[in-house]
Design a protein around this ligand. Structure first.
Ligand SMILES: [Zn+2]
Length: 357
C-alpha cells in the first residue's frame, strides 16, 4: 500500500478517537448533573417523610391539649354542680359534662388511631433516609469515576494530538489537504473497499475505479460518499443473497448486465432478466450499442438457460445509471459509454482488453 495512505488510515483512526474522547469529556458533567438530580429527588423524599411526622405530632399535641381543655371544663362543671339550687340546673350541668366527655373520647380515639400510622411514618422516613444514603454514596462514586475518567481522557487526548501531529508531518501535503477536505464533511474520512463496494456507504464502485484502487497507484475516492478508499483484502465478499436456489422466489425478478467476449466485432453487452414465465437474454453490439439478438426461454431462469454465456462473462455495474430508459433496440449513449468504460473497450476500435477478476 501507498505509505502515505497507510499513514492517513492511521491518522484517521487517531482523529476519530480524538473526536470520541472529546465527546466523552463533554458528556461527563451532564452525567454528573443527572445523578445529582436523582440525589435531590431522594433528599426531597426525606423532607416529605419528616414533614409528615411533624404534622402528625403537631396534630397529636393539639388533640392532647383539647383533652386537657375539656377535662378542665368538666372539673368546673362538677364544682358548679355542688352549688346548684334546682334539679334542672343540675341536669343541665350533667348534660354539659356528658358532652365534654364525648369530645374527650373522640380525641383519645384519634390519638390511638394515630399511633398506628406513626409507625408507618417512621418506616417511610427510615426508607427515604436509606435511599438517600445509598444515592449519596453512588453520586460520590460516580463523581470520582467521572473525575478519574476525565483526567485519563485528557491525558490520552494530549498523547493522540501529538501522535496526530507527527503523522500529519509525515504525509504528503497535497494528500493531507485532500484528507482534510473529506474529513471536514464526513466522520471517518477513510473507508475500506472490498468486493467492489465502499464499506462506508455500501455503494458499488465502477470496475475501472476498483481496478485503480487495486493497483494502488493513486488516491481513490468513493463516487458516492467521497471518502478516501483503501483496499481491504482481508474481508471476504458476502455470500449471495437469498439462498433459495436458482428457481426460488427470491430469484424470480433477477436481472443483470454482462459483457460477453463473443459475438460482434468487440463482443456484446448482454441483458439477462428473469420473469414469471421464464427469462430473456438481449445482447447489444459492444461498439455500436445496436441490438444483436434476443432470446426468450420459458419456465427457466437465465442462469439455468444460458450457462455457456455466463461462465466467462464480466459482470457490469449499471447501479448508478438511470436504467429506466428504454433500451429495446439500441443502448442509450450514456449506458453504452459506461459499459465500454467498465469493459475497457475504446469506442471505434476493435481491441477489447477486458479484465475480469
Ligand atoms: Zn462510499
Amino acid at each position: 500500500m501507498n505509505p502515505d495512505l497507510q499513514k492517513l488510515i492511521e491518522l484517521d483512526k487517531v482523529s476519530q478517537e480524538i473526536a470520541r474522547l472529546k465527546d466523552e469529556i463533554a458528556s461527563l458533567p451532564k452525567r454528573t448533573a443527572e445523578i445529582e438530580t436523582k440525589l435531590s429527588t431522594a433528599k426531597a423524599q426525606v423532607e416529605v417523610a419528616k414533614t409528615a411526622i411533624k404534622d402528625h405530632e403537631a396534630n397529636k399535641r393539639k388533640l392532647e391539649s383539647d383533652i386537657q381543655d375539656w377535662q378542665q371544663k368538666i372539673s368546673k362543671f362538677r364544682e358548679q354542680s355542688l352549688a346548684v339550687k334546682t334539679n334542672e340546673q343540675y341536669k343541665a350541668l350533667m348534660h354539659e359534662i356528658e358532652f365534654a366527655q364525648k369530645h374527650i373520647n373522640d380525641c383519645e380515639e384519634q390519638i390511638l388511631a394515630g399511633m398506628d400510622s406513626s409507625e408507618g411514618f417512621a418506616n417511610s422516613l427510615k426508607a427515604a433516609e436509606t435511599e438517600l444514603k445509598f444515592e449519596t454514596d453512588e453520586v460520590e462514586k460516580e463523581k470520582a469515576h467521572a473525575r478519574a475518567l476525565t483526567t485519563e481522557d485528557e491525558k490520552k487526548l494530549a498523547e493522540l494530538n501529538q501522535q496526530r501531529h507527527s503523522l500529519r508531518d509525515g504525509v504528503d501535503p497535497a494528500m493531507f489537504a485532500n484528507y482534510e477536505r473529506v474529513a471536514g464533511k464526513r466522520k471517518g474520512a477513510i473507508a475500506a473497499a472490498f468486493d467492489h463496494k465502499c464499506s462506508a456507504c455500501n455503494v458499488m464502485m465502477r470496475p475501472q475505479k476498483y481496478n485503480e484502487l487495486l493497483s494502488n497507484s493513486e488516491l481513490v475516492t468513493c463516487d458516492s460518499c467521497g471518502r478516501i478508499l483503501y483496499h481491504d483484502a482481508s474481508r471476504q465478499p458476502e455470500p449471495p443473497q437469498g439462498g433459495r436456489g436458482a428457481k426460488g422466489g427470491l430469484r424470480a425478478n433477477e436481472r443483470a448486465w454482462f459483457y460477453l467476449r463473443t459475438g460482434g466485432e468487440s463482443g456484446r453487452f448482454a441483458y439477462f432478466a428473469n420473469s414469471k414465465g421464464g427469462c430473456t437474454m438481449r445482447t447489444f453490439d459492444a461498439l455500436t450499442g445496436q441490438l444483436h439478438d434476443k432470446v426468450v426461454k420459458k419456465k427457466t431462469t437465465f442462469r439455468e438457460a444460458f450457462p455457456e454465456f455466463l461462465s466467462d462473462a464480466l459482470i457490469l455495474h449499471p447501479e448508478h445509471l438511470n436504467i429506466q430508459q428504454d433500451f429495446e433496440d439500441q443502448l442509450p449513449a450514456d449506458m453504452l459509454e459506461e459499459f465500454q468504460l467498465q469493459a475497457r473497450i475504446a469506442p471505434g476500435t476493435s481491441a477489447a482488453v477486458p479484465t475480469a477478476h
